[in-house]
Design a protein around this ligand. Sequence first.
Ligand code: ADP
Ligand code: MG
Length: 341
Amino acid sequence: MSETIKVETTKDASGKNILEIKNMHTWFHMDSGIVKSVDGVDIELKEGSTLGIVGESGSGKSVTALSVMGLLMGTTGKIEEGQILLDGKDIVHISNEERRKLRGSKISMIFQEPMTSLNPVMKIGDQIMEAILMHQKVSKKEAEEKAIEMLRMTGLPRVEKMMKEYPFQLSGGQRQRVMIAMALVCNPEILIADEPTTALDVTIQAQILDLMNKLKKEIGTSILFITHDLGVVAEVCDQVVVMYCGRVVEKGSVYDIFDNPSHPYTEGLLNSIPKLGEHVDELESIPGNVPNPKYMPKGCKFAPRCKYAFDRCREEEPGFTDLGNGHQSRCWRCVKEGGKD
Ligand SMILES: Nc1ncnc2c1ncn2[C@@H]1O[C@H](COP(=O)(O)OP(=O)(O)O)[C@@H](O)[C@H]1O
Ligand SMILES: [Mg+2]
């Protein structure tokens, strides 16, 4: 699509699903009404692969991640319907004790701002060792060795000294590496990374993406990678899910999405990635805004912003059209143009 996009994939579309989100609805019950943040989402993560979830702010990406992690407590949010299958087992209704065991050992998450999940008054080494000791039967000495080894793997310098330092003594990029080390130290099967590079400058961002690619190969963790930036998706993802207004509007391999996008929303996101030698002010951003969840348009939720919209789009919400090889798009244009419906 553009010269700046480097597509690097490690797995094809075959392989078993380690995580399956099926028809998930997560709603928030506000005094002012119900916010349907995630409204019927299906997502499959294949073992050993990286799946990107992409969409503008407010599409429901973080709520999807928090639903999987069971981190909606303290909010008015609830999974109203649907299943989340981890290795085939539904984790929507498990006990708190079972969930505590799952977190860290089977499934870990890193956030945009590591300071929110690092303890500011605890030394780096103690935090990582605590994560190890919570899930593994090892001695303190072994936990310390493992913590040092993991920090080294993330490419951090002077690791022994850093073990004795506090989060505020580290740079933003270093803190994100510590978070990645902490998330991966118990070899989780799945890592959920929610905008892990958004707060970092471009050079550090590239280094963190390289690190995630390296760790995926070395540790074999399957990754759910959340970002608003399709340019970042090209760097790390094998499969891509495009979300808009709490729905999946297109899904497919990274090649399908970049070389053969079908949904006008995906097309809009692709046109807003800077190309080599292009001035930023020439970028075509998608006109209009994500609708207020309380006033969702009838029909296709993207129709009010879509330059191709016709009458049916404004009346009736489209289902998925199968475009082959797992590439699916939720657009009436596909039906019109004769996709396999
Ligand atoms: N704790 C919450 N309470 C109420 N509404 C929320 C809460 N968290 C998210 N939402 C709403 O859910 C929608 C999706 O949010 P989110 O998943 O954070 O979007 P994204 O991560 O794609 O930017 C937004 O409309 C947001 O306002
Ligand atoms: Mg978010």
